[in-house]
Design a binder for this molecule. Structure first.
Ligand code: ZN
Length: 482
């Protein structure tokens, strides 16, 4: 994510609405045990274990595929969907949850059997299958749902989730919440899954989503677009955008398909920016290793939304976005999308590195980053508010403070501390080791300690774990001194 310049802080209001305990132990009541025989199956609960967003995501299973069929009418803003969610039970399950905001569920089946369900709290869909699900076995849940999707209004970042564009179209984007405003999901970055979208809209509208474009079919005044993203994605990186887009298709030199979409009213300055995508990706590959996605592109909306977001393979760009934004969001294809955070406390893995990519892009064109670093440190030395945010485990609501500016300086300091050779080799081995997976900030620290052979604990503490300006030995590592 890259916030609109003056909207840096993200204040997240999470309603911890007295939901459920995370786990419930199997009942000791023999009659109950019989109900869930052969073994006492677990009623898996709400929450995947994130300390900041305890009710996000759910326990008890691992999703492998979201296969969505939606119909959206921009005129009425009505969305109707059938979501087939394929998952593997991680324990014997008598009950499990999915997350869905505001939309109303009319039917749930697990396999081909109707299942009982109830919608609780602000986003919990609690499903009781006709028979318990066995640990280790895949199962498909089919949810029929519909309604008018909601926008999540955030005091500092503006609107996220389902948003209506000024052209009358719509798009879904937001962090940490977005997906659940348009499909039932296990809404945690820990559970990455493939995504297939089939979206039906009135003729004249176009649908763009993640991954690779499939066939388009027209019938009775409606057009159905299909998209498929095989690379597992975190739910907040899923998107669908509906507008009267101008679509430009091309390929990267290695054949990777590129789809760029421009909403009506997009400034003419944006196409020359987007057309630099192949050069940007080629340059980032020299720093971070091979491009880890199967598709590329971008979605330019014509609205001044509060942020641009690294929706997988196809970032969403606000009307204010520029080339630096394009570099930032595409750096996220490595840091955030391919290597995803385990916890929201780890967000610097995404934002500090994507923001540092903006500096690397300047370096390509001859900017002396050491000089830039020294200048910025000196300009800000007395500004305690600049140094105050912690870059790791910053606390709920503070995730996006500091990571875009102090985070850049911290990454440059790390580079100077370990040397260019170690720094870039370690970044490449990091993206390779955790490709299509999840990682934590402490793992990143360990990775650099190992790669450099330096202890680095005091360095990481001063820059990333503590509040306040780092001591001079960390602020001005030998490599950056004049
Ligand atoms: Zn970002």
């Amino acid at each position: 994510m890259k916030a609109r310049p003056y909207l840096i802080a993200l204040v997240l209001i999470v309603l911890v609405a007295g939901l459920l305990v995370v786990f419930r132990t199997p009942s000791n009541d023999p009659a109950k045990q019989q109900e869930t025989s052969p073994q006492a199956a677990v009623e898996a609960g709400a929450g995947a274990g994130d300390a900041y967003y305890p009710t996000d995501g759910n326990s008890g299973y691992d999703v492998t595929l979201y296969d969505l069929a939606i119909t959206y009418d921009p005129g009425s803003q009505q969305l109707d969907g059938v979501a087939s969610v394929t998952a593997t039970a991680s324990e014997d399950l008598s009950r499990f949850n999915l997350d869905l905001e505001a939309l109303k569920v009319s039917e749930v089946k697990v396999g081909d059997q109707p299942a009982k369900f109830v919608q609780e709290g602000d986003h919990e869909l609690v499903i009781t299958p006709a028979a318990p699900l066995a640990k280790g076995k895949p199962f498909t849940t089919t949810i029929t749902y519909g309604g008018k999707p909601t926008t999540i209004n955030d005091a500092s970042l503006g609107r996220s989730g389902w948003q209506i564009s000024s052209t009358g179209g719509a798009f879904a984007a937001g962090q940490p919440h977005s997906a659940t405003t348009w499909f039932p999901a296990n809404d945690t970055p820990r559970d990455k899954a493939a995504l297939k979208v089939s979206a039906r809209v009135p003729d004249g509208w176009t649908v763009i989503s993640n991954g690779i474009e499939g066939p388009v079919a027209r019938s009775g005044g409606w057009t159905t677009f299909t998209w498929s993203e095989e690379t597992p994605l975190a739910t907040y990186l899923a998107t669908v955008a509906i507008d009267k887009f101008e679509v430009v298709r091309s390929k990267l030199p290695n054949g990777t398909p590129v789809v760029d979409a421009y909403a009506p009213g997009t400034s003419a300055e944006k196409k020359p920016i987007q057309s630099q995508l192949p050069q940007v990706l080629a340059y980032l590959e020299t720093k971070f290793g091979p491009y880890p996605q199967r598709a590329a592109g971008g979605i330019w909306v014509a609205d001044q939304i509060g942020f641009s977001l690294e929706t997988q393979t196809r970032p969403i760009y606000a009307a204010w976005a520029d080339l630096e934004t394009l570099v930032h969001e595409n750096a996220h294809m490595w840091f955030g999308d391919s290597v995803s955070i385990e916890n929201w406390a780890d967000i610097c893995l995404n934002e500090c590195l994507a923001s540092y990519a903006q500096w690397l892009w300047l370096e390509k064109d001859g900017t002396d980053l050491d000089q830039r670093y020294r200048e910025q440190v000196e300009q800000r030395r007395e500004r305690s508010s600049f140094w105050a945010p912690k870059l790791y485990d910053m606390g709920k609501g503070n995730e996006f403070r500091g990571v875009y500016d102090k985070g850049i300086l911290g990454m440059h300091a790390l580079r100077k501390q370990v040397g260019d050779d170690v720094f870039f080799k370690a970044l490449q081995s990091w993206t390779e080791k955790h490709r299509e997976g999840n990682a934590t900030w402490p793992e990143f620290e360990d990775h650099f300690k190992q790669a450099s052979g330096q202890p680095l604990d005091a360095f990481f503490k001063a820059w990333f774990r503590d509040s306040g300006i780092p001591g001079d030995q960390y602020l001005l590592p030998v490599g950056v001194r004049r």
